[in-house]
Write a protein that binds this ligand. Structure first.
Ligand code: 0A1
Ligand code: ZN
Length: 879
């Protein structure tokens, strides 16, 4: 029975091993867009020690069964049972060969799972459970087998036929048809299977591995995109080299293929040797892609490549273990990007992302541990918790064990588990055993949900020169887990003197003091650290480099924050202190606004931002991060009852106030960065553009901004500068905005990825009128509700990144959005469910908005035949 349809949860504790080994899978596809015929032959062998007879249970969904034979004998309808998504052959011989033939219909597959059509070509998406839409098979990650895949198709319509592994044979057939055969020597689970068929062009390069093997690298795209693959290819080569150098891991096949598609539910997919990518993470040219796009491509190309070891060679026993491959692989891609670009900037962006996307999950109706205990629809668990929080937990192993210890653990993990489907416990055991440490307490991070809060207080005793730091940790209950325990927290600490000097740290029992960051471990609910020989009351620099994914509370004075911003040795702490200061200021004004009081600008904030802006030594990208005010949703998370309009007004007030106060510095800095040099892709050039953009965004709050933006737009030779200018004009309501948008549209109307940006710029505009704009834009020829990128750009951005638009008091944003969720549910349940989660935190708003959102959730929940995907989200939200 389809888990989603039945709405029944499945539980991690109910895991049982599959009783059969499948020794080989032979697949034959007669490719056609309307109908594809799939013949499968699989060899079953009862696992050693399993009692016989056993049933063979296969998974399938939307398959038209043509025939089924067991050991060459056609099975009659009485010899197997099809029920929901399973086919059961009650008692099968210990060794048997099963053959099936099914028909599937790619062109009418709008869910983009299984085999589907994108433009003119066909492709597959099998994670997590898409393979069952292709043929009957045990569709679970712990059943691994070797695949031989034969693809047969019309030669002119489908000249390129790809699958995993090596091309072993090919030939022509009569009637303009041809065939190719692929064999993948590495046993793999179904979710890593892929095929692509169509008329695609390619870019080719080579990589010589450390041991001297030549690997052919190919990126397949639609012909008009051939000039946009260079950066992806360069990123791939860098990723391959980096994994050898940093992780001692070499690529294992002679071919590595990447295919880009415009129609994809997620970012990309790590299918063995045949990655499939959302074109957003492949295609880039300076005039079409922003610096953030370039960085995103590098990160995602790295991510999918790194999965070859962490995911493919060692995979997950069951889907509850998803973070085993995802948390680890995100950690690896974060480290890769950090090594390629600026480590500090990367860390800050990752923390910002964790706070803005994962913390709300922990605080909402879908809260779950990084290793969930149950789910209804696994597709709903590809979350920031499993991915980003999962990565911070891997990062904590790294912090605790150090790079050498961590790599020792990785080595043992591969020694023990290469070729297996394993669990998070296996990973932890490898880390512990390789380092001779006990990580039992640490394992709680896998099973406990919620964001821990750490309340820090201090006391300085001038007479004894002793400084006491007291930490209390507490994790608020989450909807599914009421009581929480203390976690192991790596606590990286420094102490600063008022002049910014780093104070040496010495515990009572120690003979010497150590200068620099000290890594301490917090593992009790309350813990105290006493330092001696501290000459003055210090400023504590807490959780440097964000050493644990917690919310830290400490009552910093503005002077202390200013000391950290100006002097701390840790870039994360400097940034975080600036964020705190800005957050405090905005929330204070928000309160004033609510009470009908005049808003004011705190001079200490102006001084701090002046310091940041005047820093000519620091990396401009870091300064840009420090000057970026916390976003409205993050600020909303800090309030008990969200004041949508108050936050917007207060944030705008602060930004404008800073801009007015600092206008001459901003103008000078902007002018210096705006040096008229032609576009460059280097990290340095990107860093300069990021600071330039943020300076412009402040200047747009003053009368100086409009003409600067207009000039930048005129002379821009790259998408980063172009977008910064147009977005600025839109936000300030400039009369130039409309022309800028229409010129942009006429230049790029045929370009899907660039048009996404055009939709985003309009969907993100604050205010109650935007819902009407968004509704109208749905009729634009470049929009399609069937295309996930378009849905995310227009509907996703409106509902999740535009608080004053979505939460318009009359509820029109909610009604519009609920209509879209319902419309999408019939087409693509995965995307519909993602969109539905925009309502997840409805209980945090005022009574009127709460009632409006609840009514929309109820309206969605009442839809006939609602998918399990959406049902799980809305039922949880309503519970
Ligand atoms: N494993 C991929 C993400 C992914 C997951 C599910 C998909 O379809 C439902 C597609 C991609 C990754 O981590 O990159
Ligand atoms: Zn992944």
């Amino acid at each position: 029975m389809k888990e989603g349809i039945s709405g029944k949860a499945i539980y991690r504790k109910d895991y049982t091993a599959y009783p059969w080994d499948v020794n080989r899978l032979d697949l034959h596809f007669e490719i056609g867009s309307e109908t594809t015929v799939v013949r499968a032959q699989m060899e079953f062998q009862l696992k050693d020690g399993t009692k016989s007879p056993q049933a063979i249970v296969l998974n399938g969904s939307d398959l038209q069964l043509v025939s089924i034979t067991l050991n060459d004998r056609v099975l009659s309808g009485e010899e197997y049972i099809i029920e929901g998504e399973t086919l059961t052959i009650p008692d099968a011989p210990q060794n048997c060969v099963l053959r099936t033939e099914v028909k599937i219909h790619p062109a009418s597959n709008s869910a983009l799972e299984g085999l589907y059509l994108s433009g003119q070509f066909l492709l597959t998406q099998c994670e997590a459970q898409g393979f069952r839409k292709i043929t009957w098979f045990p569709d679970r990650p712990d059943v691994m087998t070797t695949y031989r895949v034969t693809l047969e198709a019309d030669q002119s319509e489908f000249p390129v036929l790809l699958s995993n592994g090596n091309l072993v044979d090919a030939g022509e057939l009569t009637g303009g048809r041809h065939w190719v055969r692929w064999e993948d020597p590495f046993p793999k689970p179904t979710y890593l299977f892929a095929l692509v068929a169509g008329d695609l062009a390619l870019v080719e390069d080579h990589f010589t591995t450390r041991s001297g093997r030549d690997v052919v690298l190919r990126i397949y795209v639609e012909a008009e995109n051939l000039d946009r693959c260079e950066h992806a290819m360069e990123s791939l080569v860098n990723a391959m080299r980096w994994d050898e150098e940093r992780f001692d891991l070499e690529y294992d096949l002679d071919i590595y293929h990447i295919v880009a598609t415009n129609d994809f539910n997620m970012g990309a997919m790590e299918n063995k040797s045949l990655n499939i990518f959302n074109s957003k993470y492949v295609l880039a040219r300076p005039d079409t892609a922003t610096d953030a796009d370039y960085q995103g491509i590098e990160g995602v190309i790295g991510h999918e490549y790194f999965h070859n070891w962490t995911g493919n060679r060692v995979t997950c026993q069951d889907w509850f273990q998803l973070t085993l491959k995802e948390g680890l692989t995100v950690f690896r891609d974060e480290e890769f990007s950090a090594d390629m670009q600026s480590r500090a900037v990367k860390r800050i962006r990752d923390v910002r992302d964790l706070r803005s996307r994962q913390f709300p999950e922990d605080d909402g109706p879908m809260a779950h541990p990084i290793r969930p205990d149950h789910y209804v629809e696994i597709n709903n668990f590809y979350t920031a918790t499993v991915y980003q929080k999962g990565a911070t937990i891997i990062r904590m192993y790294h912090t605790l064990l150090g790079e050498d210890g961590f790599q020792k653990g990785m080595k043992l993990y591969f020694e023990r588990h290469d070729g297996q489907a394993v669990t998070c416990d296996d990973f932890l055991a490898a880390m512990a055993d390789a380092n001779g440490v006990n990580l039992d307490r640490f394992s709680l991070w896998y099973s406990q949900s919620g964001t821990p809060q750490v309340h820090v207080s201090d006391h300085y005793d001038a007479a004894t020169q002793r400084y006491t730091l007291k930490l209390k940790q507490h994790t608020p209950p989450t909807h599914e887990q009421k009581s929480k325990q203390a976690l192991v927290l790596p606590f990286a600490l420094g102490l600063l003197a008022a002049n910014g000097d780093e104070l040496p740290l010495q515990f009572e029992a120690e003979a010497d003091a150590a200068t620099g960051t000290r890594l301490l471990i917090v593992e009790e609910a309350e813990q105290e650290f006493i330092f001696i020989n501290i000459p003055e009351a210090p400023v504590p620099s807490l959780f440097r480099d964000y050493s644990a994914p917690v919310k830290v509370f400490f009552d910093y004075s503005p002077e202390q924050l200013a000391t950290l911003i100006a002097h701390d040795s840790d870039a994360f702490v400097r940034w975080d202190a600036a964020q705190r200061m800005a957050e405090d200021a905005i929330l204070k004004q928000c309160l004033a606004h609510a009470q009908g009081l005049e808003m004011t600008l705190d001079p200490s904030l102006v001084r701090a931002f002046k310091g940041i802006l005047s820093d000519q030594q620091a990396d401009p990208a870091l300064l840009a991060e420090a000057m970026t005010l916390p976003d409205e949703d993050y600020l909303a998370d800090q309030m008990d009852v969200v004041d949508v309009d108050g936050i917007h007004a207060a944030r705008k007030f602060i930004k404008k106030g800073l801009a007015v106060e600092l206008v001459s510095l901003l103008t000078a800095r902007f002018a210096k960065l705006n040096d008229g040099q032609p576009y460059q892709k280097s990290a340095t050039a990107m860093a300069r553009r990021s600071l330039k953009s943020i300076c412009l965004s402040y200047l747009l709050e003053t009368s100086a901004g409009e003409s600067l933006a207009a000039t930048q737009l005129e002379s821009s030779d790259n998408m980063t500068d172009t977008l910064a200018a147009i977005k600025g004009l839109i936000l300030m309501d400039s009369p130039l905005a409309a022309t800028a948008l229409s010129e942009f549209e006429s230049r790029w109307k045929a370009d899907a990825l660039v048009m996404d940006k055009w939709f985003i710029m309009q969907a993100i505009k604050p205010g109650r009128k935007t819902v009407d704009t968004v509704r109208k834009l749905m009729d634009h020829p470049a929009f399609s509700i069937q295309n996930p990128n378009k849905v995310r750009s227009l509907i996703g951005v409106f509902s999740m990144l535009n608080p004053t638009g979505f939460h318009t008091a009359d509820g029109s944003g909610y009604t519009f959005h609920a209509d879209r969720v319902i419309e999408l549910d019939g087409l693509n349940p995965q995307i519909a469910a993602r969109m539905a989660s925009a309502f997840n935190r409805w209980k945090r708003y005022d009574e009127s908005r709460k009632a409006l959102m609840k009514a929309e959730l109820q309206r969605i929940a009442a839809v006939d035949n609602l998918s399990g995907d959406v049902a799980e989200i809305v039922n949880n939200a309503l519970r």
